[in-house]
Ligand binder design. Structure first.
Ligand code: HEM
Length: 177
């Protein structure tokens, strides 16, 4: 849980970045986030075929909403869980949440330092704490997501009835497509 002061510091930094004279500053930060994330093992496969620029928009929107709720993120928890649940099909592990932190915080820091925006240990800690909460809810959503429909089974012939064949072995008596 972020203290009121941590939430203030984080929101101020987010706002300062957004107010920077660079075109689409937060998009730039998010692009750096994906550049860092995609350098790590296993991510290229997940983002294969996905329009990454559209993804920048989606991620920026989700993160900005999480910033707005920084001091009472529990009020936004169900939305974050729902977003997490939609990620269940990517076989993500809790460890990947560290990659989110390790990719996003340095991107925010780098942008701040490069553009004369205040950055210090307190701000970094506030972001760490916030992301720990965000990724915690996100992972809860993944863990509790309903299992995906059995795609492979649905594509193949369906076993309609399985009977005992008299010798202890199952025998498929009817199949349908
Ligand atoms: C390592 C962590 C993550 C990976 C690998 C990942 C990957 C992906 C992928 C592959 C998509 C689908 C894009 C598409 O189909 O066009 C997606 C969508 C999305 N992601 Fe992530 N994501 C991660 C973390 C997060 C986090 C932490 C958030 C925000 C809390 C987030 C928010 C979103 C949103 C808002 C979408 C748009 C669609 C939807 O809501 O399902 N992602 N992500």
């Amino acid at each position: 849980m972020l203290s009121a002061e941590q939430a203030r510091l984080l929101k101020k930094n987010w706002k300062d970045i957004g107010a920077s004279s660079v075109a689409n500053p937060m998009m730039f930060v998010v692009a750096q986030f994906y550049r860092r994330l995609l350098r790590k093992k296993g991510y290229k496969r997940i983002f294969e075929g996905i329009d990454i620029e559209t993804q920048y928009f989606k991620m920026q929107g989700a993160l900005t909403a999480c910033v707005e709720f920084a001091e009472n993120l529990d009020k936004f928890a169900d939305t974050i869980r729902r977003i997490g649940a939609r990620h269940a099909r990517y076989n993500m592990t809790p460890n990947m949440m560290n990659d989110v932190v390790d990719s996003l915080v340095p991107s925010l820091k780098e942008f701040s330092l490069d553009h004369g925006i205040t950055w210090n240990e307190e701000i970094e800690e506030a972001y760490d704490e916030w992301l720990e909460q965000v990724t915690g809810y996100f992972m809860e959503g993944i863990m509790n997501a309903p299992p995906p429909p059995p795609v492979a089974a649905a594509a193949g012939p369906k076993v309609v009835e399985v009977k005992e064949n008299g010798s202890g072995q199952p025998k498929v008596v009817a199949t349908a497509h």
